[in-house]
Design a protein around this ligand. Structure first.
Ligand SMILES: [Zn+2]
Length: 326
């Protein structure tokens, strides 16, 4: 955390010297959940922020003033989002010359607010506001539910290389995984079952509100600079997801991609919106590189899908056995 703070501090110093340094909000996400809600803003560049906290009529008021911000549609989207959650907190968005101010009002008996300035998996600066409910409704016990997220869809094609389109392939893997898990008696929910675009925060919110037990996002990787790069990576964000990622790695270990064994499957901690915004153990798996012709040729073979899916099914079994055994 200190290191991250340092990076932001340096950016600030740079900005003071540069007259035209401004940052634009490039995206806004709202991850809705039963335990917490998260508002996430992405920025094109670093920005300065002041925070003030006051208490009035037993309500807590947190003001965040962001300087040197270029306004665009994203601020409008925050305003629209804000309207829906007046029942337990309110967020007011104000724009004045070069400043963007969020005023968040909430009852500290019900909500704990935290702020996180970090960078996402692609290195973009982001600001996340988490509103954690202090009392959460008891979970209804039921069948173990796996939420499968086929990466991309619709206009979001994902990576395209070596005659493979990511959104099409991830859906193929997702459906095969669904069938395998259903056969084993799991309840399965999916982000999408056909070629359809779904916002990243809608994916997480759907899983959160359904109280899924695990979240698995399927993707393929792409390297714009190195067509030799190959193999499988598993990403997670929160500590609670680490064990799931390890079960996935163990099961996928020794998988043969395009004739080459993938001996070392990397587990990496990073902020991907779907693993960040979920309230259950969540992983994002990059199943090979579309930019590598061997991986790409292997990915589309029906036998490869069977192999990967069986191993992911095994991973779920061992994860569940470990969870329930505890
Ligand atoms: Zn992807």
């Amino acid at each position: 955390m200190n290191k991250m703070f340092c990076v932001w501090g340096l950016s600030f110093i740079t900005m003071v010297g540069a007259l035209s340094a401004q940052s634009a909000i490039t995206d806004v996400f709202f991850h809705h959940g039963k335990q917490r809600d998260r508002l996430v803003w992405y920025f094109s560049d670093a920005f300065r922020m002041q925070r003030t906290d006051t208490v009035r009529d037993n309500l807590h008021i947190t003001q965040l003033t962001l300087n040197d911000i270029i306004f665009d549609d994203s601020t409008v989207r925050t305003k629209a989002l804000a309207k829906h959650f007046d029942d337990y907190f309110s967020i007011r968005v104000q724009l004045t010359h070069g400043h963007l101010r969020y005023t968040i009002t909430y009852d500290p008996k019900n909500i704990a607010l935290s702020l996180d300035q970090t960078r996402n998996i692609r290195g973009m600066p982001m600001l996340a506001l988490t509103l954690q409910r202090l009392v959460t409704p008891a979970r209804v016990p039921g069948t173990f539910t796996v939420f499968i997220d086929a990466g991309h869809g619709g206009l979001q094609t994902g990576a395209q290389a070596n005659r493979v389109t990511e959104k099409t392939s991830t859906l193929r893997y997702a459906k095969a995984l669904r069938d395998c898990l259903k056969e084993k008696g799991y309840q399965v929910l999916m982000t999408r079952t056909h070629d359809q675009g779904v916002d990243l925060d809608k994916r997480t919110s759907k899983a959160n509100m359904a109280e899924a037990d695990v979240f698995i996002s399927l993707h393929h990787n792409f390297s714009p600079t190195n067509s030799e790069m190959r193999g499988i990576q598993i990403f997670y964000t929160h500590d609670e997801s680490r064990t799931l990622a390890e079960h996935m790695r163990t099961a996928l270990h020794g998988t043969v991609l395009g004739g080459n064994a993938v001996g070392d499957i990397a587990i990496k901690r990073a902020v991907a919106q779907v693993t960040y915004g979920t309230e259950m153990p969540a992983v994002l798996i990059e199943l090979g590189y579309l930019s590598n012709q061997h991986d790409a040729a292997w990915i589309v073979q029906p036998a490869s899908i069977v192999t990967i899916v069986q191993r992911l099914c095994q991973a779920l079994d061992s994860f569940v056995a470990g969870t329930i055994g505890r």
